[in-house]
Design a protein around this ligand. Structure first.
Ligand code: NAD
Length: 296
């Protein structure tokens, strides 16, 4: 069992810490929000005074932060964890961030002789609580091999996607495809409505036909056909519009830096941006994008 420093104890980090402790690891925890630290302590962690203190004696440091700027701040610019951790400390960043920053931070760590992987997740808060997250990892074979047993305490499916930044690259490609699929399913069901089709009948047929996809079969954006989908509870999240917009913006940054053509993702970003900016939509489940399409 390992001594772990965990930084970022929000909706995801909090339950991830609980699962690390449940499986016998010891955790020194830090967040800028004192209540988040208190919750981690209630689940068995030790409170650290700051990020560097959480990392100081750790064999493994895990971060679960909002965005690339926070990850840079903790590892390089402000808390300077890369400069202060002991030799041999393994660094794992599970935040969803831009590929460029992920590669940059891992390169700075490598210059100091430290192994680091990017390991963003899918599975949401439910997956974090149940310990069933999917981890998509980027880094060397050696770093991934050391990280895998730690990640197994928090997740079910742990993939090594390739070199540094590859985990973030997979995550951004996945969510780009998901956003476009959700918009496509929304358009299909809204057209069906205008053509006097019954939504259940449409679903029964297309969910076994060539347009079948997860956004339709497991997460249908109209109420009825999939009783567990957020459409049946007024689009209570789930995975929020704000988070999908964040990931779509990351996809557009990645596309620009790699000179990739992503016309549908560019339009999806505009639709999610417009929807998030009006009313209180940002905290709805991302499948509520059907309302933007219906109303525009
Ligand atoms: P969150 O906002 O609930 O938690 C982030 C935490 O980081 C906050 O508690 C914040 O106080 C803390 N923080 C920010 N800067 C810090 C610093 N410098 N030092 C210490 N703590 C700091 O976010 P979340 O929902 O837990 O998501 C975390 C990451 O996981 C994000 O990158 C998100 O995109 C990704 N993610 C979230 C979900 C989800 O369903 N919530 C799903 C997949 C991936």
């Amino acid at each position: 069992m390992s001594k772990i420093g965990f930084i970022g104890l929000g909706n995801m980090g909090g339950p991830m810490v609980a699962n690390l402790i449940e499986t016998g690891h010891s955790v020194a925890a830090f967040d800028l929000v004192p209540d988040a630290v208190a919750r981690a302590v209630a689940s068995g962690a030790t409170a650290a005074d700051n990020a560097a203190a959480a990392a100081a004696d750790a064999e493994v440091v895990v971060t679960m932060l909002p965005a690339g700027a926070h990850v840079r701040s903790v590892f390089i610019d402000d808390d300077k964890i890369i400069d202060t951790v002991g030799a041999g400390t393994l660094l794992i960043d599970s935040s969803t961030i831009d590929v460029t920053t992920a590669r940059e931070v891992i390169a700075v760590a490598a210059d100091k002789g430290l192994e680091m992987i990017d390991a963003p997740v899918s599975g949401g808060i439910g997956g974090a609580e149940a310990g069933t997250l999917t981890f998509m990892c980027g880094g060397t074979d050696a770093a991934f091999g050391r990280a895998e047993p730690i990640l197994a305490a928090m997740g079910k499916n742990i993939f090594h996607a390739g070199g540094p930044g590859s985990g973030q690259a997979v995550k951004v490609c996945n969510n780009l495809m998901l956003a476009i699929q959700m918009i496509a399913v929304s358009e299909g069901f809204l057209l069906g409505e205008k053509l006097d089709l019954d939504a259940q009948k449409l679903w029964d047929i297309v969910s076994t036909a060539t347009s079948q996809c997860w956004a339709m079969s497991s997460y249908c954006p109209v109420p009825g056909p999939v009783p567990t989908s957020p459409a049946n509870r007024d689009y209570e999240a789930g995975f929020t519009v704000a988070m999908m917009l964040k990931d779509l913006k990351l996809s557009q940054e990645a596309a620009a830096s790699a000179d990739a053509n992503t016309p549908l993702a560019a339009h999806a970003t505009e639709l999610f941006d417009a929807f998030a900016s009006s009313g209180r939509n940002a905290e709805l489940d991302f499948s509520a994008i059907i309302r933007q399409i219906r109303d525009s």
